[in-house]
Design a protein around this ligand. Sequence first.
Ligand code: SF4
Ligand code: SF4
Length: 276
Amino acid sequence: MRIAVLSGKGGTGKTTVSASLAVSVPFCQYIDCDVEEPNGAIFLTPEIQESIPVKVPVPEADMAKCSACGYCAKACQFHAIAVVKGKVLVFPEICHHCGACVIACLNDAIREVERTIGVVEVNGDGTFLQGKLNVGEPVSIPIIRELRKRMKKDVPVILDCSPGASCAVVQSIEGCDYCVLVTEPTPFGLHDLKIAVRLVRKMGIPFGIVLNKASDSSRLIHDFCRDEGIELLMEIPFSQEIAESYSKGVLPAQNDDFWKEKFEKLYEKIERGAGK
Ligand code: SF4
Ligand code: SF4
């Protein structure tokens, strides 16, 4: 079973929920797809054994063959290639590696060269994976694709997705059996949760909500779940003790049976919700 954990916005506790699930579900695989800021390792402390560079093709022009016709620049939707004063300029950071400029060049003047945009790191038995996008790189999809290629088929897989509802999230949750949406009881939390709900509904993936930093003073998320007929899977209270534990890199589920059982029950609900 493939479970994606996502949140409409950053800072809701998405990684703590995914990592807590990972320590509570026996024999699972945890994949950190939040490649701009992979934090799961802080809690799960894996021993990384392999680091695989992720490379993408970017165009390079051979000016000996180039007639400065500009077709390549016209073909690029991302303005990543330009022809200025008879010279072809490539902006690799914004190239989306689609190859359209190569096809558009009738002089065969463009070839593709490899460029490393980040890495995929794996522990010894492949139960922990994380992607890391190099600073300044804008396109994370190739790294997520590489991570997904290494998903195990015979154990539950927990995918810790990027925050938001970007292409990277769509790429991460595609084909998943269930999505856990982590949110907090604030107007911002609700606003971004609604976007995430629209996304998973559109993709037809069963889902439920985990409310983090829950407090008696706000019923925003409860009301939303009731009105929308969405299952509120679990509540994690706003608690100084829990916050202190996180700040030391320790999950409550790692040293407190109460929380471990809570996350085991969460997994059972996910299984039921996914029809497994
Ligand atoms: S590969 Fe695609 S995105 Fe990159 S420069 Fe060529 S046309 Fe533009
Ligand atoms: S399409 Fe080819 S020939 Fe035309 S400007 Fe681009 S690289 Fe040069």
